[in-house]
Ligand binder design. Structure first.
Ligand code: C2O
Ligand code: CU
Ligand code: CU
Length: 511
């Protein structure tokens, strides 16, 4: 079978000021009725934002959706006020203009809405885009980096359409596979070493990526940038929210095609995308077994290999970046997070899910972290399905998964990790540097968007070290007592009710 549609490659935007307009649109996905969509500077998805390490950037996010939304810079280390979480809604018609310094390493991030209880809707209708950060260390490596030629962005998503061709929000019949918003796509690439920047931008589906013919590839980057060295693989499991950068040597395949495939038949039970989404046959999701993608292999992209470019990259570098994970002994706090279903028994898998027994509560900050703390977070999944756990503000290093050292391709900087079902555990280590605020917290949550919208999320503040911290602060009590606090949260010029307790918050990196 031959793919029908040329892969759409998003435009790029760069510079000190970047204008992003969220709006409604229509797309002809299927024969017949047009599909109502949401997009950024266009009807679907958004431009790829290219940033240079060390620059500052102002994002002018104009919301023309006719309803509130937010934009979050997923994976980026930015001040909480600029992070775009649910506490920073952009009212219909307003423009939000956060500015921040780009402190990242060369890496691939993404941006998407984060309005509480509407994240899945806004993402699945089409708002998502990539962020590519460049830095001098990466620029000095011999790597493909000509955007759209030998460095190809791939936003991998699935969607469900109803009988009227409209996007369905939150059901298990996500039977349509899209790459960069293109159904049934092909891409023409040169016959040389090509870089693929992958994002799993699906709402729930875990992908088990590989190529037809088991063509080997090298993973060179994780969520937070380059690995220490390329890792050769034939399969890569990518959970919602995760990114990966790959190098694929196509020089022997000129004139031929290979396919990027998700080998869903190989996914073990208790992962969304496997034949069994739960621990056993009784634990399933309504409509799940009707979806032919589940438990089966399916094609994402047909790659047609043509002649090489004039100065092709032909080899895989031996080493990439220097990684400096924190030693476990340097951690001064360990926090535990336990995931449980609200319902027990066969419907447990349908959620909602809780973290430490609680659902997300906008008015109750879960805990405060002292600035510069090095922490170990221990995640335990007491539910029957794997959850991709994500944290804002930081990149982390995985210490272990079910007690075992992670494989080499997971030893890089990460901001999403899939926590195995059925008492699975993950421990990671991270440091909360540079930014603190009394006013706006950072989020942690499951990146299966219906789970997040259903409350599988929490928030924490990073506070200056002299702040007098506790896990159940008087400040939180004040928040609960404030009149109509939910309304105060909704305004863009929100003054927190505990402003009296405020001391200077550091919202940019100290000089
Ligand atoms: Cu990609 Cu809090 O999200
Ligand atoms: Cu994020
Ligand atoms: Cu989840």
């Amino acid at each position: 079978m031959t793919a029908q549609n040329q892969l759409l490659v998003p435009d790029t935007v760069s510079g000190e000021v970047i204008d992003l307009e969220l709006g409604m649109g229509t797309v002809q996905f299927l024969p017949g009725t047009l599909t109502q969509t949401m997009g950024v500077n266009g009807p679907l998805l958004g431009p790829t934002i290219i940033l240079q390490q060390g620059q500052t950037v102002t994002m002018n996010v104009s919301n023309q959706l006719g309803e509130p939304s937010t934009i979050h810079w997923h994976g980026m280390h930015v001040p909480p006020e600029a992070d775009g979480g649910p506490h920073t809604p952009i009212a219909a018609g307003d423009t939000w203009s956060p500015s921040f310094a780009v402190l990242e390493r060369a890496s691939t991030h993404w941006y998407h809405p984060h309005l509480h209880m509407h994240t899945n809707e806004h993402v699945v209708k089409g708002i998502a885009g990539l962020i590519i950060v460049r830095d001098p260390l990466e620029a000095a490596l011999v790597l493909p980096r000509t955007y759209g030629v030998d460095d190809i962005p791939l936003v991998l998503q699935t969607k469900q359409f109803d009988a009227d061709n409209q996007v369905v929000v939150g059901d298990a019949l996500d039977t349509h596979v899209l790459v960069n918003g293109t159904l049934d796509p092909y891409v023409d690439v040169p016959g040389q070493v090509v870089r693929l920047r992958l994002l799993n931008g699906a709402s729930e589906r875990v992908l088990n990526l590989g190529f037809t013919g088991n063509h080997a590839f090298h993973q060179i980057g994780t969520d937070g940038g380059l690995l220490a060295a390329p890792v050769q693989l034939t399969r890569l499991r990518l959970a919602p929210g995760e990114r990966a950068e790959l190098l694929v040597d196509l020089s022997a395949l000129q004139g031929q095609s290979i396919g990027l495939v998700s080998f869903g038949s190989e996914l073990p039970s208790a992962i969304y995308g496997a034949a069994q989404p739960g621990m056993g046959p009784g634990q399933t999701i309504p409509n799940y077994t009707l979806n032919p993608l589940n438990g089966n292999d399916f094609s994402l992209l047909q790659i047609n290999v043509g002649p090489p470019t004039p100065n092709p990259i032909t080899s895989i570098p031996g080493t990439l970046a220097v990684l400096t994970p924190w030693a476990e002994a340097s951690a001064n706090t360990t926090r535990t997070f336990t995931f449980t279903p609200v319902n027990m028994g066969p419907t447990a898998i349908q959620g909602p899910f809780l973290i430490n027994g609680a659902s997300f509560d906008m008015m109750n900050i879960n805990f405060d972290v002292p600035l510069d703390n090095i922490e170990v977070w221990e995640l335990t999944n007491q539910s029957p399905i794997a959850h991709p756990f994500h944290i804002h503000d930081v990149q982390f290093y995985i210490l272990d998964i079910n007690g075992a050292t992670p494989p080499p391709n997971m030893q890089g900087r990460k901001d999403v990790v899939l926590v195995p079902a059925g008492m699975g555990t993950v421990r990671f280590i991270t440091r909360f540097e540079d930014y603190s605020s009394y006013d706006v917290p950072y989020m942690y949550h499951c990146h299966m968007l219906p789970h997040e919208d259903d409350g599988m999320m929490g928030h924490f503040r990073v506070l200056p070290q002299d702040a007098g911290l506790s896990d159940d602060t008087a400040l939180n009590g004040l928040m609960r007592a404030a009149p109509n606090p939910a309304l105060t949260f909704w305004t863009s010029r929100w003054t927190p009710p505990w402003a009296w307790a405020r001391s200077p918050s550091r919202t940019s990196r100290a000089a």
